[in-house]
Structure formats: structure tokens, C-alpha cells
Design a protein around this ligand. Structure first.
Ligand code: PHE
Length: 381
């Protein structure tokens, strides 16, 4: 009896260091879908970094117990190239071939809207770190997000421009081929007009990844003499539009939404984007120890400070993995149920989902001062 016990003990010890007797550990796949290439590639890089960091920390902390088996995560990152079609194929691959237990992604609302029906049909939970278009999570009960939505951030900027900057007329120029840009343009306009402001020009173009000349729209806008220029677009086109606007002598203050958050905004736009204001999810200047720990850890690992995309991907992956651990199951419905009940506290705030699986979170307003993102204010919902 003693002998048997000794053998079992030795076996357990050996298993513990991973040699000999079959160790009871498992590995499951988790997918990420982000725009790693194309006009908004800094979004993808930051998101992948954030998600990777959360997975590594989860594995180092011991993973999850699934049916008595210690289970860690193998993270598989896919590039959607900023395209809904490419994103949809990536989702099919992750679900059918890699058998992922969940998907973190996408960044862009138009891509998330293509990925979500596939995840929903397969019963695989998806959490978008940053897709803010309100319709994304309405696709179904397996679809979550880690950020506020556009009706909120559009209103935040409408109020800031009207009440704080005290500007009474605005022009809007947006990409009408992306649900994000289109929706944000509408919510800014509605909020601004509700305050008593006037949107004197409302101009569009079709694909910010391909459009390089905005002069026709800017000529129309200039003729209306707006006091403010609202550009609810991603950083690449926002910067180009402002360069062209300044060249044309349209020098009024400008702003946008979370899509402005990239180190490349200033690299591309230079002096043209100076003074620009935008709504965002996170500021690295937040003095809370939790944020500062994350900023230090991330900067050491990746050589640059995290932006909102990095923080939200870290939160989205962290929230998903926390729910996976609580569920102790790789079944999509079990993880989904645990996600719905989450009380996860992330870098960008504490999470609690409403009935549409959208979290209620505050926004920050950021201003470009001397080429640097500078914190201006926090706005609560
Ligand atoms: N909110 C944007 C969208 O829905 C994506 C984005 C979020 C971009 C945060 C930059 C920063 O398409």
C-alpha cells in the first residue's frame, strides 16, 4: 500500500514537471481578428499586442481548470486587412479549422458586422474590443464588446464643441462606406443640433482607404464658413483631410472620434492636426495605479506606450479568459453565460453588460498639443 502510494507520488511529481507519466494539461485555441495591414494598420498592431499580453498573463497564472484538466491558451492572430470579406474568411478559418473557443475582434465596426453572424451561427463567443457601432452586438447573444457605443461618443463631442468650445456651426465630412463613420456622423449631427448648433455642411466620400483627394468636398465645406470641422474617420484619412483643408485655408478647429487614436495621426498630419480634439476610451495619462502599471508593463514589452486599442484588446481578452476560467468549460454557451455575468475590472474601467452585451463606460477627450495626445476631460454616461 505504501509502495503504491510512493509510486503515485513520484508519478505526480514527474507529471508536475512535465516529463514521463502523462501530464494532465490541455491547450485550446483562441482567435484574434484585427487589421494588421492596410490604411489603419496601427489599430491591428496595438490590438494584437494587447490581446497577446493578456493571454500570456493568463497562461503564466495557470490557465483554467476544465473538467479537472489544467488548460492554457494558444492564441492565433488573423489579419482582416480592414476588409469585411477578409474578416469573414478569417472567422471561418478560426472556427472550422482551428476550433477556437472564442474570437477577440474585430477593430472596425464594418468588419465586426461581417464576423459576428458567423460567430453567432457557430455558437462561438466573440468580443470586439473597439467596434463602437451600436448594431454590432445586436447580431446575437454570442456577440459582446469591450467599449462604449457611437450614440454616446457622438454626443460627447457634440456637447464638448457646443458647450465647452462654444462653437455654434459645424461641418461634417465622413466615409459613408463604413457603418462606424456613418453612424458617428449622424450622432454628432443630432447631438449638435439638439444643443441648438447648426450643421452647415454634411459631406461624404466612399472609401477612406482609397480616397486621397478630398478637395471637392472641402471646397463645398469652406463655402459654408463652419466654425468647427468634425471628421468621424480613421486617422489616415482624418490627417489627409486636415492637411488638404489647411492648404485650402480652412483653418478652423477640428475633431473626431476614437478612430483618431494612432501615433500615425501626427506623423501623417503634422501641423495640420495640431489642436485637434477627439473622444476616446483610454488615456495613458490616467494616474490610477492600475493604468500606470499597465502602461509601464506594456511599454517595457513593446517599446511604446499603449493606445486605447491596446488597452481595450487587453481588457477584451482578459474579460473573455476570466469568463472561460469561471465557466471551467470550452463550450460556447457556458463561456457566453459567464461573460454575461462578468464583473471583470479592466484597464479601461469596470465591466458590467447591459441587455445588449454593451458595457456602460466613460469617455475621455484628448487634444493634440505639440504633437502629443493630451488628456482634457472625462465624460461619464
Ligand atoms: N470604433 C471604431 C470602429 O468601430 C474602431 C476604433 C476604436 C478605432 C478605437 C480606433 C480606436 O470602427
Amino acid at each position: 500500500m505504501r509502495r503504491l502510494f510512493a509510486i503515485i507520488l513520484v508519478c505526480a511529481l514527474i507529471a508536475g514537471v512535465g516529463v514521463g507519466c502523462k501530464a494532465k494539461t490541455g491547450v485550446v485555441n483562441l482567435g484574434g481578428i484585427f487589421c494588421m495591414t492596410g490604411g489603419s494598420a496601427t489599430f491591428g498592431t496595438s490590438s494584437k499586442n494587447g490581446a497577446t499580453m493578456a493571454v500570456e498573463e493568463f497562461n503564466t497564472a495557470g490557465g483554467a481548470m476544465v473538467g479537472g484538466v489544467k488548460t492554457t491558451i494558444n492564441y492565433i492572430n488573423e489579419d482582416d486587412a480592414g476588409s469585411p470579406e477578409v474578416g469573414a474568411s478569417a472567422a471561418q478559418k478560426l472556427i472550422n479549422q482551428d476550433k477556437v473557443i472564442g474570437i477577440i475582434g474585430a477593430v472596425m465596426s464594418k468588419v465586426s458586422l461581417a464576423v459576428a453572424p458567423i460567430a453567432q451561427a457557430a455558437g462561438v463567443p466573440e468580443i470586439s474590443p473597439t467596434s463602437t457601432n451600436a448594431t454590432v452586438t445586436l447580431v446575437g447573444d454570442y456577440i459582446f464588446r469591450a467599449c462604449f457605443i457611437d450614440p454616446f461618443q457622438g454626443t460627447v463631442m457634440a456637447n464638448y464643441v457646443y458647450n465647452t468650445l462654444k462653437l455654434k456651426t459645424a461641418a461634417v465630412l465622413y466615409d459613408n462606406g463604413n457603418d462606424y463613420n456613418k453612424g458617428l456622423a449622424e450622432f454628432f449631427k443630432a447631438g449638435f443640433e439638439k444643443n441648438g448648433g447648426k450643421v452647415v455642411a454634411y459631406e461624404a466620400f466612399t472609401d477612406e482607404d482609397k480616397t486621397v483627394d478630398y478637395k471637392a468636398q472641402l471646397t463645398k465645406i469652406k463655402a459654408t464658413n463652419p466654425e468647427f470641422l468634425y471628421l468621424p474617420n480613421y486617422y489616415g484619412s482624418a490627417a489627409l483631410i486636415l492637411k488638404q483643408a489647411r492648404e485650402m485655408g480652412l483653418n478652423v478647429p477640428a475633431g473626431g472620434g476614437d478612430g483618431w487614436d494612432s501615433p500615425d495621426l501626427v506623423k501623417i498630419g503634422g501641423a495640420a492636426v495640431e489642436g485637434g480634439v477627439f473622444s476616446n476610451h483610454f488615456s495613458k495619462d490616467d494616474k490610477s495605479p492600475k493604468v500606470q502599471d499597465f502602461v509601464a508593463k506594456y511599454t517595457t514589452k513593446y517599446g511604446e506606450a499603449p493606445d486605447a486599442l491596446a488597452a481595450l484588446a487587453y481588457d477584451a481578452a482578459g474579460l473573455f479568459l476570466d469568463a472561460f476560467k469561471t465557466a471551467g468549460s470550452i463550450k460556447g454557451s457556458d463561456i457566453r453565460d459567464a461573460m454575461k455575468k462578468t464583473t471583470f475590472v479592466g484597464i479601461s474601467g469596470a465591466y458590467k453588460f447591459d441587455e445588449n452585451r454593451d458595457p456602460i463606460k466613460s469617455a475621455v477627450i484628448i487634444k493634440i498639443v505639440n504633437g502629443q495626445q493630451t488628456y482634457v476631460a472625462t465624460v461619464n454616461p
